[in-house]
Design a protein around this ligand. Sequence first.
Ligand code: SAM
Length: 179
Amino acid sequence: MIIEVARLGQRLVRDDRVTTHAALVSRAFGARRIYMSEANADIRDTLRGVNRTWGGDFEVVLEQDLKGIIRRRKADLFGVAHLTMYGEALDAVLPRMARLENMLVVIGAGKVPREIYDMADYNVAVGSQPHSEIAALAVFLDRVQRGRQFGIAPPGAARRIIPSRRGKLVVDGEPSGRP
Ligand code: SAM
């Protein structure tokens, strides 16, 4: 499944760390790209550096017209899932998403315009309490992919982690032995 994420808006107080985390979680949980309108351009470089070390070609795309992205992806037959505490319960929506091949996940930073609720194919609540777009995104991506995202090693990694009980075990190169 191809997954992309769109993050709408940024809070009045600039929150580069939260924005970076939205990109890191998108990458680590299997999305190929995140679109953001009001992000610091340094975040793109941070994620490029993460790709160089840990592999893959995840992209941060700075895009002012996020509604345009939603329209375009709907035309490409991506399912558009907007995460909001006001939406339908995740467990109720997941079975209806089972046949989707591609998905655009929309998260908010500040208030999300009403129009987005209407444009989305699914308005999905990860519990009906307010929390965080990053928590909602992580839980949603994990549930949609049933944990399979963690079994895929991003190609081209300079370093990789060997899971261990204690300590940090990091080796050079890819799992196949390719240096
Ligand atoms: N009133 C917001 C809402 O509609 O969910 C909470 C705002 S929260 C600061 C920012 C973003 O976090 C929201 O736009 C939404 O994407 C996500 N979020 C927060 N709680 C959520 C929940 N329970 N389920 C799904 N998404 C949530």
